[in-house]
Design a protein around this ligand. Structure first.
Ligand code: PMP
Length: 407
């Protein structure tokens, strides 16, 4: 019997212990507020899908129905459609990853892949080492499988290898079982930071030496604003890396299509877990995306996204310089996010209601830590609002922050 929940819920004694990790995320609670039109939301990570060629997607949709109706409307393979998996190989090749069609498992977004991988590896109390800060909804998944999340510090070049080694040694000394390292090495969520190539190699070496899997989550790697990002960690290490990709940021999250590239034995288990969870990923959206990738200049379309987001990143950094020159923040070379550090005496979570009153929303830093840190950080997303709204949002934020400092 679980003690989770509260007695307003007549079933609260019935919930499994693992539901203790299922607190509504801070991001989720914000969505209701932040979606009001008068609020400038710098909170969510919603891709700017209006920049997509809508008519080409409509064409893919029509061809799917015309040419593949009966199969597109049917259950499919638990591993995903081979034609789509071929395209996924082309996408991954842009980040130096080589693999075969049989190596890819299609999932219902990479969020689902996070769930499947965690389900395969985590017993209650097992350790997931996660860079700090870490993607909020990955932390939710780890907690929901009762993992112990151990953060490792990062700097502007990503995860710090020495800190990783120390953490492993300390955990081992406590007799803990470490299953995998979770990292978003390229244009991280929430930090916007990219792990340097040297550190990627070092981190892989440390994990290999310690028999720890690397879970490389890479939704943003192709959204670079200058030179391409360093190649994926998976490009140099096949056996110890589980790689997660997605069409959510380079195409559209509404398709709910992601994928996993995993070592052979793990892949077989993943397919079984995928079948147990969803039978097969959506045949329909796999067909539509596959058709779109067949016909469209999808690389050009990713380039259009890069241009849109680069302009917004520039607008955000400039507005921060202009309105909040005394704070510090990261300078992302791609992706969606800037990570801001507030003065020590401010608390980003308790400041949020005041921000919402000033009609601007952000995500408090504590969402991205499993251990209560992040109080003086906020994550700002530049992906969705126009440059003008971003500037206005930062102006409003400066009013809030300056007001708090005067209290
Ligand atoms: N990982 C990271 C780091 C993300 O930022 C996101 C989306 N915000 C996801 C995974 C999940 O993406 P999806 O399920 O849409 O592929």
């Amino acid at each position: 019997m679980s003690t989770q929940g509260n007695n307003l819920d007549p079933w609260y004694t019935h919930y499994a212990d693992r539901t203790a990790g299922l607190a509504a995320s801070e991001v989720r609670a914000l969505f209701a507020v932040a979606s009001r039109p008068e609020v400038v939301s710098l909170a969510g990570g919603m891709p700017f899908v209006s920049a997509l060629p809508q008519e080409l997607i409509a064409g893919a949709f029509e061809r799917t129905m015309r040419d593949y109706g009966p199969t597109a409307l049917q259950y499919g393979s638990g591993q995903g459609m081979p034609a789509l998996r071929e395209h996924i190989l082309e996408v991954m090749a842009l980040e130096g990853i080589r693999g075969g069609v049989d190596d890819v498992v299609v999932t219902t977004g990479s969020q689902h892949a996070l769930e499947l991988v965690t389900k395969l590896f985590i017993n209650p109390g097992d350790v997931v080492i996660a860079e700090a800060p870490s993607y909020v909804t990955a932390l939710t998944v780890f907690k929901s499988f009762q993992a112990h999340v151990n953060h490792v510090v990062t700097d502007e070049h990503g995860l710090i290898p020495e800190a990783l080694e120390e953490a492993i040694a300390a955990l081992r000394a406590e007799g803990r079982t470490i299953k995998f390292l979770y990292t978003v090495p390229t244009f991280g969520n929430p930090s916007g930071v990219t792990m340097s190539w040297e550190r990627r190699l070092r981190v892989l070496e440390i994990c290999r030496a310690n028999n720890i899997l690397v879970l490389e989550d890479n939704p943003y790697g192709l959204l670079y604003f200058g030179a391409p990002a360093p190649h994926a960690m998976r490009s140099v290490e096949e056996d110890g890396v589980i790689y997660l990709g997605t069409f959510s940021k380079t195409l559209a999250p509404g398709f709910r299509l992601g994928w996993v590239l995993a070592p052979h034995a793990i892949r077989e288990k993943l397919i079984l877990a995928n079948e147990a969870a969803v039978l097969s990923p959506s045949s329909f959206t796999q067909h539509v995306v596959s058709e779109y990738l067949d016909e469209a200049d999808w690389k050009g379309q990713i380039d259009t996204f890069r241009g849109v987001y680069r302009e917004r990143r520039d607008a955000m950094l400039l507005a921060l310089d202009d309105y909040l020159p005394d704070l510090s923040w990261t300078h992302p070379d791609g992706g969606f996010y800037v990570w801001v550090t507030l003065p020590d005496n401010l608390d980003s979570k308790s400041m949020l209601p005041r921000a919402v009153k000033e009609l601007v929303a952000y995500t408090p830093g504590t969402a991205f830590y499993a251990d209560g840190n992040g109080r003086t950080n906020i994550r700002l997303s530049f992906c969705y609002p126009t440059p003008e709204f971003i500037r206005e949002g930062i102006r409003r934020l400066s009013t809030v922050i300056n007001g708090e400092l005067e209290l």
